[in-house]
Every structure is written in C-alpha cells, then in structure tokens.
Design a protein around this ligand. Structure first.
Ligand code: SF4
Ligand code: SF4
Length: 261
C-alpha cells in the first residue's frame, strides 16, 4: 500500500461552547469563526490532488463543529474528495442529542462517523447513542468521564514565551505532533502552530509563525513532500515545553495566561 498521512484535523469552527482550561486549540480565546464552504472546497480538493486522496482519517472538529449552522454542507464535499477516508466529527456532545433528523441522515448518507469527547458534563449520552443507532451512524467516545472531582483527568504542557526550547527535543516529546492540521490553504504539523493566532491576539504576545512552520498547499507538488514535512521539527517547536507535561483536574477556563505558560 502506498504511504499516506494517518490523519488531518480541520476546524469547522475555532470557538467552542465548553471552554476548557488550557485548551490546546486555544478555542476559549478565539472569536467566533465559521469555516467558509467555498474555501473548504478549494483547500480539500487541492489536498486531494496532492495526496491522490490517500488519507486514513479526516477529523472535522474545532472548537465545537456543531456550532456551525451549515455543518452538513461540508459532508458531500469532504466525501467526494476523499471517497475512501474515514471521516469523523469530534464533538463535546453538548448539542448532539438535539440534532435534527437531517443531521443524522446526512451522516448516514456520506458515511460520517461521530466521536464524542467525554468531559464532566451532564449530557444524555443514552439519547445520543439511541439517535445514532436509529439512523445507523457510528458513534464512539474518547477521553475519560469521571465523577471523582479529585481525579487528574486533564493536563497540558506549557508554552515558553521566549522560545528557548530546542526544536528537536521539544518535537520528540510532543504528543500533538501527529495532529496535522489543514487551515486556510496551509498544512501544519500540529494545532498549536495552526491556531496560535488566537493566543497571540488575546494576550498581546508574539509567538512567531514563519514560512518554515507550514506547507503552503498551493506551492506543494506531491505527497512525498507532505509526508516528509509533517514528521520534522519546525522552528515553532522552540516555544513548546513539551517535557513539562502537567496533569490536573478538568475545569472551565478563566482565560488566564498561566493556563498556557
Ligand atoms: S471542548 Fe475541546 S475545543 Fe472545546 S474548549 Fe474543550 S478542549 Fe477546547
Ligand atoms: S510546535 Fe512542535 S513541539 Fe510544539 S506542538 Fe507543534 S509539533 Fe509539538
């Protein structure tokens, strides 16, 4: 079988309706952003052309993708460009049980799976499961749901505002390096560099993204270039203290910079 990327992440929205402490996608800091269908169509077709539609998994996420009022319009476009890829919506589940029949029918028609990230929320997971079953849609769960308030079920590593980390060392200890992210015509090794703009804007910092931190899809010729670029450290890794992962209990964000540094 030819070599292919394991997966890509695509933000359907940048903002979220949950707002977790230290979110690695910086969603609690993001202003409302809804992905434009025309831009998505151009990007996904270009990505399919370069990769020959070879991709194991595509995650449509955010933020919270169900906040997008036209989420189902993305399904036929994604499926047409990647007919053999596993396409999965990642949701925190808050809005899932009350989705209309048209949502579930579209998931079924275009073979879109759903993974619900589990948090300490009062969500009717039985109703979600029943709706998915009713329409023949796969619905799985990720993360740890716990009622033990003292259980460390959350955590992240911190950013180094001065950028003094060794790229290769930071990269080698990074748990996000396989979360290749497609955003605005560019392919990033991880969500951190793809979405750092929200952190910079909210806190007035300047963690710099340079031209060596991403691949411009419209200047990239082939899949080999993609595969090589996505497994290498990038200059932005100097901002990541990946050796210093800290576990904690999940809680809502206070939007304090110390959740991230
Ligand atoms: S649900 Fe996910 S995207 Fe939303 S704030 Fe929490 S970690 Fe971030
Ligand atoms: S910039 Fe490098 S170290 Fe930081 S999250 Fe991305 S891949 Fe990991």
């Amino acid at each position: 079988m030819p070599e292919m990327l394991e997966k890509i992440d695509i933000h359907i929205t940048d903002h979220c309706n949950l707002n977790c402490k230290g979110c690695t996608h910086f969603s609690p800091l993001a202003e409302p952003f809804y992905l434009n269908l025309d831009n998505f169509t151009v990007d996904i077709q270009r990505f399919a052309d370069i990769t020959g539609s070879l991709l194991k998994q595509m995650f449509l996420l955010g933020g919270e993708p169900l906040l997008h009022p036209h989420l189902t319009d993305f399904f036929p476009v994604a499926r047409k460009a990647f007919p053999n890829t596993e396409i999965i919506i990642i949701s925190n589940g808050i809005l899932l049980a009350d989705q209309p029949d048209s949502f579930w029918l579209a998931c079924k028609e275009y073979d879109i799976k759903i993974w619900v990230s589990l948090y300490r929320l009062k969500i009717d997971y039985d109703k979600i499961g029943a709706r998915a079953k009713q329409f023949g849609v796969f619905c799985g769960y990720t993360g740890t749901r716990t009622n033990d308030e003292n259980k460390k079920d959350w955590g992240n590593w911190k950013l180094d505002l001065e950028g003094k980390q060794y790229w290769a060392d930071a990269f080698s200890h990074c748990c996000l390096k396989n979360c290749v992210t497609l955003k605005k015509g560019k392919l990033y090794t991880c969500p951190t560099v793809a979405h750092i703009e929200h952190f910079n804007k909210y806190f007035g910092t300047n963690l710099e993204v340079c031209e060596y931190d991403y691949l411009d899809l419209f200047k990239t010729r082939n899949n080999e270039t993609v595969l090589k670029a996505m497994v290498k450290p990038i200059p932005f890794c100097r901002y990541c203290k990946t050796r210093e992962y800290q576990s904690c209990c999940w809680e809502p964000t206070k939007r304090d910079i110390h959740e991230w540094i």
